[in-house]
Design a protein around this ligand. Structure first.
Ligand SMILES: C[S@@+](CC[C@H](N)C(=O)[O-])C[C@H]1O[C@@H](n2cnc3c(N)ncnc32)[C@H](O)[C@@H]1O
Length: 300
C-alpha cells in the first residue's frame, strides 16, 4: 500500500491537487474516501480501504482475455472484484461492466458470461439487464473464418431489491409510427386474441437493449487515444445519467484514460477513478484538466 500511495503522489500536479482539495469527504459514519481523484493503484487494494455502502454507481471496462496490449500483463480477478464492489455499493446502487469475449481456436472464452453468473451466484448482485453495445467497426473489414465481432456486453447489476435510480428520459428514441393510430389485436398466452383500444402512438419510445455508438477512434480526442482500449464518452454518460443523480458518487475501478470520471464530473456527479498504470493515470489527469466543463456549462 505504501508503494501505491507514493505512485499516486507522482501523478498529481499542484493544480490537480487544488481540484481535489475539498475531496476528503465524510461519506460514511466512520470512514472517509477520497472523492474527485484519480488514484494510482490496484483496484482490489484500494477498494479494501473503502467503507461499506458508499458508492452509488460503478461504471467500468476491465481488460479481458488479453485482447489489448497494455504493455503489462494485468490480471483481473473478477470474482473478488465483484465482492468488493458489492460491499462498497449502497443499497439500490448499480455496477455496470462493459466487457466482451475473446476467441481462441475458434471458441469464445465466455469470460463475460462467467462474470455475470459469478457476480449473481457468489457476489450478491442481481442482473438488471445485459445490453448489447454495438460498435461501428472498421469499414470493409473482412475476416475469413469467423464473423466480424462488432459488439460487447454492458452487464448492468444492482444491489438490493431494486435499482434506487433509473432515469431513461435521455435514452428515448423517436417512434417510427409516431402520431399514427394504433389498433388491432394482441396475442394472449393461451393462443387467443384480444382487441386493442385504438390509441395514438407516442412520439418517443423507450430505448431497447441494443445500444449503438461509434468507437472512441471517431471522437477526435487524441489524448484519449493514447490509451489502447477506451469506451465512448457517450456510453459512459448515458449510463451515468440513467443510474445516478447529481451529487451521487460514481466509481471507475479501472479508469484507464478517465472517461467515466470526466463524464461524471461534467454531469454534476462526484467521481473516484482507480488505475494501476501510472502512465494511464497521467492521461486521465490531463483529460480532467482539459475536458472538465466550467461549473456554469455543466449539464444535468
Ligand atoms: C479497458 S481499460 C479501461 C478504459 C476506460 N474505460 C477508458 O475509457 O479509458 C482497462 C484498464 O484497467 C486497468 N487495470 C488493469 N488491472 C487493474 C487493476 N488491478 N487495478 C486497477 N486498474 C487496472 C488497465 O491498466 C486499463 O487501463
Amino acid at each position: 500500500m505504501r508503494k501505491v500511495k507514493e505512485q499516486a503522489e507522482v501523478v498529481y500536479s499542484t493544480k490537480e491537487r487544488k481540484l481535489s482539495s475539498a475531496a476528503h469527504e465524510n461519506i460514511g459514519n466512520t470512514a472517509k474516501v477520497n472523492l474527485n481523484q484519480i488514484v494510482n493503484g490496484d483496484c482490489l487494494d484500494m477498494l479494501s480501504t473503502f467503507p461499506d455502502n458508499v458508492i452509488d454507481l460503478t461504471v467500468f471496462s476491465p481488460p479481458y482475455d488479453g485482447i489489448r496490449d497494455y504493455k503489462k500483463n494485468w490480471t483481473f480477478d473478477f470474482g473478488t472484484l465483484g465482492k468488493h464492489l458489492y460491499r462498497v455499493t449502497k443499497d439500490g446502487g448499480a455496477a455496470i461492466v462493459v466487457i466482451g469475449d475473446g476467441t481462441k481456436n475458434f471458441a469464445k472464452s465466455l469470460t463475460s458470461f462467467r462474470l455475470a453468473v459469478n457476480w449473481v451466484d457468489e457476489g450478491g448482485w442481481k442482473l438488471f439487464e445485459n445490453v448489447i453495445y454495438k460498435r461501428d467497426g472498421n469499414p470493409g473489414a473482412w475476416w475469413n473464418q469467423r464473423f466480424r465481432v462488432d459488439h460487447e456486453y454492458v452487464l448492468m447489476f444492482f444491489k438490493g431489491s431494486r435499482p434506487k435510480t433509473f432515469h431513461k428520459q435521455h435514452l428515448m428514441i423517436p417512434s417510427k409510427h409516431a402520431g399514427k393510430i394504433y389498433s388491432g389485436t394482441d396475442r394472449l398466452t393461451n393462443g387467443g386474441f384480444k382487441s386493442i383500444e385504438p390509441k395514438a402512438v407516442n412520439p418517443l419510445k423507450c430505448r431497447g437493449t441494443v445500444w449503438q455508438y461509434s468507437t472512441s477512434n471517431t471522437e477526435g480526442n487524441k489524448l484519449k487515444l493514447q490509451h489502447p482500449a477506451t469506451f465512448p464518452d457517450k456510453l459512459a454518460e448515458d449510463l451515468i445519467l440513467c443510474f445516478s443523480k447529481p451529487d451521487d458518487i460514481v466509481l471507475d475501478p479501472m479508469c484507464g484514460s478517465g472517461t467515466t470520471c470526466v463524464m461524471a464530473h461534467n454531469n454534476h456527479r462526484k467521481y473516484i477513478g482507480i488505475e494501476i498504470s501510472s502512465e494511464y493515470c497521467e492521461i486521465a489527469q490531463k483529460r480532467i484538466k482539459n475536458e472538465f466543463l466550467p461549473e456554469q456549462k455543466k449539464m444535468f
